[in-house]
Design a protein around this ligand. Structure first.
Ligand SMILES: Nc1ncnc2c1ncn2[C@@H]1O[C@H](COP(=O)(O)OP(=O)(O)O)[C@@H](O)[C@H]1O
Ligand SMILES: O=P(O)(O)OC[C@H](O)CO
Length: 561
């Protein structure tokens, strides 16, 4: 531990409980596990307020995240007491989080300098375009060899650059050397460990691998990428492994004195929770988005079919990094919320999607491409927009709701197709988790549309479980090695369709995807950005990047001579 402070560390009273903070896009959860039996004992969750100040902009309140963690922890700990345990039985804490979402704050006051810019926010569209215009062949994979990622508004570096270009307080803090940047894990750890009074400014390799600033080989901030995006190393957190004792909580809350010993991005955490700790194992998590991760062991597989290369976990400071190929889908469960909140077709995302969609036997040839903020893997088309096509006089809302469920399944098939091409080894089954998987109809449709068995974990919340295992592993109360041999109970959904039927439906889906592409122009984003930040911006958002990219192009040219 590097903060050797006087706070007494909780060692437990022989009953080793592990707490997990799970900050998702829509909800914050606090879960308490008993390590010995790998059993969930108590949990509490709160919904978050998502602010959409403009089309395509998604913001969250960093202070609300901290508030929700406190309330959830208190409530879960109250439940513990009723079960005959004590809060002193919690020996360590893990933190898992929505990835890429970016926060800027003041090192000395702890004040957030802007709302968090969420991972699915596309305000940096025009910056991406400006970059691509300068890159040979407008190649969005130009930085993929170093970072594993395409140039996309999804990743944190673009959000940091936008904050520096458009928010006066961020620029001022940067000039005064008070600026700290971080993904949500960094924000949480810094605050839990003392904030302005010695808080640890750290992140783990999995979260860092989503910024577009980390070098996948060195597992450190890449000087060239930092220069390119104009992000100073001093404002970035230190990159640590996913499983080690980083420090102890000292924020005056009910968690005071507990060690923090695990950090993982939520999709990587679900990979661990799903027990995919060996190369060749994969899982798909269905929450607001949907993310399929395939463990490639210590090998960094470079995708040529639109997938990301990412760090899966690093089991300790001296352990090698384990990598994964990832297929990221931006809108999965989010489409159900869209049907509820925007189109008002349903009242309850869980019950209505299953019951109403179940009243028809097919979508009646209706396809819904939920490209609400563009399409992620394997297309990476930020100009795509949502479409519902194939409507006839016969179509009812039942067909549209069913098409929204099928869209999640077709997008998963898109990813599996890409993964098979990259790895050459088709999956023989799909392990799934996430709240959306409680929908039996969705699970059956998924098996029918991909043609392999779908194995649903009995515990839908694998993200919290995964990081709890990581945290427990580093203090010796839970063992990743043992976890590898743990048989996770599942429900199996078998395909009931023929290859021909499946392929015909998939061909139609691809036609629908084609129709969704190229719908959005970036002109609108530029106008919207300027409208809101006209008075604040002193330099056009892209000037800095252009200079940097010109430098990069020249240096690459020189290297290749
Ligand atoms: N039974 C269900 N059927 C269909 N969609 C569901 C079901 N349960 C949850 N969802 C959708 O899945 C998402 C669940 O996300 P959740 O795990 O709460 O959040 P987060 O994205 O914050 O991790 C929501 O967008 C919700 O609309
Ligand atoms: O909060 P979720 O489950 O939608 O996950 C979001 C992802 O981590 C974004 O990359």
């Amino acid at each position: 531990m590097d903060d050797g402070d006087e706070m007494p560390v909780r060692e437990g009273l022989g009953r080793s409980l592990v707490g997990a903070i799970d900050d998702g896009t829509k909800t914050v959860r606090f879960v308490i596990y008993e390590a010995e039996r790998s059993a969930e004992l108590a949990a509490h969750q709160l919904d978050k307020t998502e602010v959409q100040p403009q089309e395509g902009w998604y913001e969250q309140d960093p202070l609300e995240i901290l508030h929700h963690i406190k309330v959830c922890a208190e409530s879960a700990i109250d439940q513990l007491t009723e079960l005959g345990y004590s809060k002193d039985d919690i020996v360590t804490l893990g933190i898992t989080n929505q990835r890429e979402t970016t926060i800027a704050w003041d090192k000395y006051t702890g004040e957030p300098l802007h709302p968090a810019i969420a991972w699915n926010d596309i305000r940096t569209d025009s910056t991406v375009d400006a970059i691509l215009a300068k890159v040979p062949d407008r190649n969005k994979n130009y930085l993929k060899n170093i970072s594993g990622l395409p140039i996309s508004p999804y990743f944190s570096a673009l959000k940091m650059r936008w904050l520096k270009d458009n928010v006066k307080a961020v620029r001022r803090a940067s000039r005064d050397k008070r600026l700290l940047f971080g993904t949500v894990d960094s924000w949480i750890v810094w605050n839990l460990t003392g904030g302005p009074h010695g808080g640890l400014h750290i992140t783990d390799v999995t979260n860092a691998s989503r910024t577009l600033l980390m070098n996948l080989e060195t597992l450190n901030w890449d000087p060239m990428l930092c220069r390119l995006f104009g992000i100073h190393r001093e404002s970035l957190p230190q990159i640590r492994s996913s499983s080690e004792v980083y420090g102890i909580v000292k924020d005056g809350s009910v968690l005071d004195g507990i060690r923090i010993s695990g950090i993982l991005g939520n999709q990587q955490s679900a990979l661990v929770g799903q027990n995919c700790l060996q190369a060749g194992q994969a899982k798909n998590t269905y929450r607001s988005g949907c993310f399929l991760l395939y463990n490639t062991g210590t090998r960094r597989v470079q995708s040529t079919h639109g997938l990301l290369t990412t760090v899966a976990y690093k089991l300790g400071p001296n352990a090698p990094a384990v990598y994964a190929l990832e297929g990221s889908i931006a809108v999965a469960g989010g489409a159900m919320k869209f049907l509820r909140d925007n189109l008002k077709l349903i009242k309850d995302v869980a019950q209505d999607t299953e019951n109403i969609a179940g009243q028809v036997f097919s979508t009646g040839d209706v396809y819904f491409v939920p490209a609400l903020n563009g399409l992620y893997a394997p297309y990476w088309r930020k100009d795509a927009r949502g479409i519902i096509c194939g409507l006839t006089a016969f179509t009812t809302k039942n067909h549209i709701i069913r098409a929204a469920l099928e869209a999640v399944c077709f997008q998963t098939r898109d990813i599996l197709e890409a993964m098979n091409k990259d790895c050459g080894m088709p999956l023989s089954k799909l392990n799934v988790d996430g709240k959306m998987t409680s929908n039996d109809l969705l699970m059956q449709l998924q098996a029918d549309l991909i043609g392999i068995p779908v194995l649903r974990a009995h515990t839908w919340d694998m993200s919290a479980l995964g990081v709890a295992i990581m945290a427990g592993n580093s203090v010796g109360v839970w063992s990743c090695e043992k976890w590898k041999h743990h048989a996770t109970p599942t429900d199996t959904f078998l395909p009931t369709t023929t290859d021909d039927d499946r392929d015909a439906r998939y061909t139609k889906w691809k036609m629908a995807v084609q129709r969704s592409l190229g719908w959005a122009t970036t002109k609108k984003s530029i106008a919207m950005t300027e409208e809101r930040y006209k008075l604040l911006a002193s330099i056009p958002a892209t000037v800095f990047l252009m200079g940097s990219f010109a430098m990069l192009a020249i240096s690459t040219m020189l290297k290749n001579r």
